[in-house]
Each structure stands twice: as structure tokens, then as C-alpha cells.
Design a protein around this ligand. Structure first.
Ligand SMILES: [Zn+2]
Ligand SMILES: [Zn+2]
Length: 123
């Protein structure tokens, strides 16, 4: 699925063994009203291009309850961050990282990892 604005493949996969595309997908569904507000009808957009069209960052509330919006190891880090962190939480987290000399991206990746582990059904 190709992003209409920048041409990036939002769901890259060669289908070969040892595929390394986990963490590279931006396959998601936002609310109809938001999609219309972005000027889109059909087609796909990567997270960056949708946010550029909207002039703001996506938040957890923008995503529908569709199954494809469940947090997944295939999500790109920025998509996963949008799904779980509201702008307020993100601002607080970034401030905390600054005070403690932590890298916000690494901290967010840790939160996503924990969340995924919790969501995974136990055998
Ligand atoms: Zn794009
Ligand atoms: Zn692949």
C-alpha cells in the first residue's frame, strides 16, 4: 500500500523467509471524519503525510476500534506511539526524559515492548 503523498510503501514485505519488515508497517484506520478532513477518499497515507495534511499529530482517539488498530510488532515506532500516547502524555514523557537524560524514542520503544508483551495471549 503506497502512500499517496510521499510514495513510501506503508506495508513493505518481500514475503521471503527471514523477512525483516516487522516495525516498518503503517497499516491503520482513522475515523471517517478525520480521513475526510485530510482530503482523502480512497488510497493510503503514511502517518507523517496524514499528519502533515491535518497539521497536527495523531492521538489514540483518532483510531477506530478496528482490529488492524491493535498494537502490533509490525507497527512502525511512530505509529505505535500515536496509538498509545496522547499529546499530554507525550509532553510529560519528553519532559521527564529531558530531566533524566534519557532518549525519548528509546523510552517509548520500551513502553511499546511492555504493552505488546502484556497483550500477547499466554499459552
Ligand atoms: Zn507519506
Ligand atoms: Zn517482509
Amino acid at each position: 500500500m503506497i502512500c499517496k503523498d510521499c510514495g513510501v510503501d506503508t506495508t513493505p514485505c518481500t514475503g521471503k523467509r527471514g523477512c525483516r519488515h516487522a516495525g516498518r508497517w503503517e497499516n491503520y484506520m482513522v475515523r471517517d471524519r478525520l480521513w475526510k478532513a485530510s482530503g482523502m477518499k480512497g488510497g493510503f497515507l503514511c502517518v507523517g503525510c496524514l499528519e502533515a495534511r491535518l497539521g497536527r499529530r495523531l492521538t489514540p482517539r483518532d483510531f477506530t476500534k478496528a482490529i488492524i488498530n491493535n498494537l502490533s510488532p509490525w507497527d512502525s515506532p511512530r505509529l505505535a506511539a500515536r496509538k498509545i500516547l496522547s499529546p499530554t502524555k507525550l509532553t510529560r514523557l519528553t519532559a521527564w526524559c529531558k530531566r533524566h537524560g534519557e532518549n525519548p524514542a528509546a523510552v517509548i520503544a520500551g513502553i511499546i515492548e511492555l504493552r505488546l508483551r502484556k497483550d500477547r495471549p499466554r499459552p
